[in-house]
Design a protein around this ligand. Structure first.
Ligand SMILES: Nc1nc2c(ncn2[C@@H]2O[C@H](COP(=O)(O)OP(=O)(O)OP(=O)(O)O)[C@@H](O)[C@H]2O)c(=O)[nH]1
Length: 239
């Protein structure tokens, strides 16, 4: 006599899904946002990033077929789907899938409370709308107080690269950078200015080669104190 079929357990049901669907289910059941510029590293399990890369490669190859490119016989595009997947998952959008870089935070032993500026730091990203490159520069102003943490200079570049290695819009990128640095440094004030070229304007669309977007976020003392803001903005223009 045949046994009655049991409904699959939630774990059995998840295990037959593609990796991207499994991650999606975890995000949904946790009620976590997963916009293009959000980090989802906490929701990935071992081996799932490799599986997602393989899924993206297959779908990218399908996109090329839909563009009526002979990927089976054209030696130049035969591996393009795989290259695109590797580029998106491992390089350009790695800031979505990898945990934040390890940063050693030092106490502010000398109780420094003078303005410090780091920059220009080179930034690279892709716009969320067309996935075209964004290439720019960032300046960060920090006003520590006695209870702030200090971090190594190179760590500003690492943290900012982690934020920028996701599809972004510049306004949100600047605010995410300010949030992260505020969280890590606990400063009295933080200022971030970004100036960037958007290739969705240079390369396509209006094809305007000259325009740049410049935006800033001022927090804490930089908001409250116009002379501090002025000092930061004028020092930023040096050199
Ligand atoms: N506010 C903002 N806009 C951006 C950014 N990066 C790209 N854009 C713009 O976002 C818009 C994309 O949305 P749509 O206007 O629907 O796109 P489109 O019809 O292809 O626009 P065109 O570029 O004018 O051809 C474009 O105007 C881009 O120039 C950014 O960081 N911030």
């Amino acid at each position: 006599m045949s046994q009655p079929q049991r409904d699959p357990t939630p774990i059995q049901r998840l295990s037959v899904l593609p990796a991207s669907q499994r991650v999606l289910e975890r995000l949904r059941s946790a009620g976590t946002r997963f916009h293009a510029n959000d980090n989802i590293a906490d929701y990935l399990e071992d081996g799932e990033l490799e599986a997602i890369e393989a899924e993206v490669a297959a779908k990218a190859q399908e996109m090329l077929r839909a563009l009526v490119i002979d990927v089976d016989n054209d030696h130049n595009t035969r591996d393009t789907g795989r290259r695109l997947a590797k580029m998106f998952v491992r390089e350009l959008f790695a800031g979505r899938y990898q945990h934040a870089p390890a940063i050693t935070e030092f106490p502010n032993a000398e109780r420094l409370n003078e303005l410090m500026i780091v920059g220009p730091l080179r930034v690279r990203s892709a716009c969320s709308h067309h996935l075209c490159p964004i290439m720019g520069r960032v300046w960060v102003g920090v006003l520590p107080d006695a209870d702030s943490n200090l971090i190594g200079l190179s760590k500003y570049a690492r943290l900012i690269d982690w934020i920028m290695s996701r599809p972004q819009i510049q306004e949100e990128a600047v605010s995410q950078i300010a949030n992260l640095l505020e969280q890590r440094l606990k400063p009295d004030g933080i200022a971030v200015v970004m100036e960037a070229d958007h290739y969705c304007m240079h390369w396509r669309g209006v094809k305007d080669d000259e325009s740049k977007m410049i935006n800033s976020v001022m927090r804490g003392r930089f908001l409250a104190d116009p002379s501090l803001r002025k000092e930061f903005l004028s020092l930023r223009h040096r050199g």
